[in-house]
Design a protein around this ligand. Structure first.
Ligand SMILES: [Zn+2]
Length: 286
């Protein structure tokens, strides 16, 4: 076993030279040497059952691990009962689509502060997440792994500590550590060897070694502003912004951890995921 490398959605190279159909993605990802595919439902869960099942069938055949990104508009930290009801609906619908595909992991954004203190937003998000986990259990989705994500903007809930606290709600939850987001919201501070050691140590402290070793992650280079944090996702070919993958690869290899590393580059996610896998392999062979 080792870390898995994959893409979020379809890269430009895939859509322009291979196919427009996501069902063709798993076979292609296997051919180019990747391991995982994160299906995007960020703008809503529009995938129909037949398509979802075909993606799942093709992924199983190609040996591609599947995850699913739940809608971006889920806000775990919104206390409004109507909003909570909607969030339950979006997450359970994501679970249904994941079930059709045979996807194991579902990534969920942590939420927005909505002008409240971080502590208050986190308290609400933890309460709501517990309700959502219960609803998923009741519908028979208890084996799917929900992954609250670290967010890139300062006014969003979801620095590493907050996401680890969210994961404390249920022992099945895994963090989706988006290293580009953490880099952006810390204005470029969270990168490099020392930062990687510190972040992974902290995850292990809170979740324990075994659970931490399986964590979910997103990686891309991100442009940020000194005020708000995340501005936009870049490609590895864009100069000027981080983070670099090498220090993280070294720390993952040293610990023998096996996370899923999903590349969220803008358009070049298949090329960039491959370059990360290559870096990781070279580090492992040292
Ligand atoms: Zn996300």
């Amino acid at each position: 076993m080792s870390a898995l490398f994959g893409v979020a959605g379809n890269s430009t190279r895939f859509t322009e030279t291979v196919s427009k159909a996501s069902a063709d993605a798993p076979q292609w990802l296997r051919e180019i040497g990747l391991d995982a595919y994160e299906y995007q439902c960020g703008k809503g869960i529009r995938v129909v059952r037949s398509t979802a099942e075909l993606i799942g069938h093709n992924a199983a055949k190609a040996g591609i691990a599947l995850s699913l990104h739940a809608p971006y508009f889920i806000n775990l930290a919104n206390p409004d009962p109507e909003s909570v009801k909607k969030a339950i609906g979006y997450v359970t619908a994501s679970c249904q689509a994941a079930r059709w595909m045979g996807a194991k992991r579902i990534v969920i954004h942590s939420g927005a502060l909505m002008k409240r203190s971080r502590g208050e937003a986190l308290r609400v998000a933890k309460e709501n997440l517990a309700v959502i986990v219960r609803a998923c259990d009741e519908l028979g989705y208890g084996d799917l792994i929900l992954c609250p994500e670290t967010m890139g903007k300062v006014n969003q809930l979801g620095d590493l500590e907050e996401v680890l606290e969210l994961c404390a709600v249920d022992e099945r939850l895994l963090p989706c550590v988006d290293f580009g987001h953490l880099y952006a919201r810390s204005f470029g501070v969270l990168e490099g060897k020392a930062a990687c050691v510190q972040m992974l140590d902290r995850i292990a402290d809170v979740l324990g070694e075994e659970r931490s070793a399986q964590f979910h992650s997103h990686f891309s280079k991100i442009e940020f502003t000194q005020k708000g944090g995340e501005k936009r996702h870049l490609s590895f070919f864009d100069p000027g912004y981080g983070p670099e993958f090498l220090p993280l690869a070294e720390e993952l290899a040293r610990r023998g951890w096996e996370p899923w590393v999903i590349c969220e580059s803008a358009g070049t996610q298949s090329e960039d995921a491959l370059s990360m896998k290559q870096i990781y392999r070279e580090v492992c062979e040292r």
